[in-house]
Ligand binder design. Structure first.
Ligand code: GRF
Length: 192
């Protein structure tokens, strides 16, 4: 028997990827914390309604070092083993990434290494790409730059708008992220 890997999910907004991760929790991983840098994030309300432990703190006013120290403490208090970024829109500092090296993963709405950063769907359409998609990757100090753990592709359709493409990619994200996290968590499996 192995115990489920203890996963904290970091969000900044609606949290639809977080919901898909919660829905697929089970033998491979358990969600032990949902944390947000935006105390009014819609996804936080949903997590609270599910009875999940939550942590909400804005860096505004206290600064990034104090914010990250408090976040780090909350993650440790929850017994976190893996951090899953899910629409978390803040850059983690190099020292935070170093402390959790190899244990932070992220979902990005492009086929990395294409289109790191923002506006991925508009950039894919502008480039005339026939295929778009999403990637789950290990977080390193380089933005959207760590090892890719899994990808899913969707077609770019004629007359696609960024919003229409985003909707198609998001549906693929919701399938990809739980599948990759399950595999990743099993890879870290430890005796229970
Ligand atoms: C997703 O498209 C994710 O890939 C990107 O931000 C969006 C977050 O959506 N990083 P949600 O909050 O998970 O609904």
């Amino acid at each position: 028997m192995t115990a489920p890997t203890r996963v904290a999910v970091l969000i900044s907004g609606r949290g639809s990827n977080m919901r898909s991760l919660v829905a697929a929790a089970g033998d491979a991983y358990a969600i032990v914390l949902v944390a947000s840098d935006k105390p009014d994030a819609a996804g936080l309300d949903w997590a609270r309604e599910q009875g999940l432990p939550t942590f909400a703190l804005s860096p505004r006013g206290i600064g990034k070092p104090a914010y990250e120290a408090a976040l780090d403490a909350a993650l440790h208090d929850a017994g976190t083993e893996v951090i899953a970024l899910a629409g978390y829109m803040r850059l983690l500092s190099d020292s935070f990434v170093a402390r959790w090296r190899g244990r932070i993963i992220n979902i990005h709405p492009s086929l990395l290494p294409k289109y790191k950063g923002l506006d991925t769907h508009a950039r894919a359409i502008a480039a005339g790409d026939a295929v778009a998609g999403c990637s789950v990757h290990v977080v390193t100090e380089e933005l959207d730059g760590g090892t890719v753990l899994g990808q899913a592709e969707v077609p770019v359709l004629p007359d696609d708008t960024p919003d229409a493409l985003a909707t198609r990619v998001l549906a693929a994200e919701h399938r990809l992220y739980p599948a990759v996290l399950t595999r990743y968590a099993r890879g870290l499996a430890h005796p229970g």
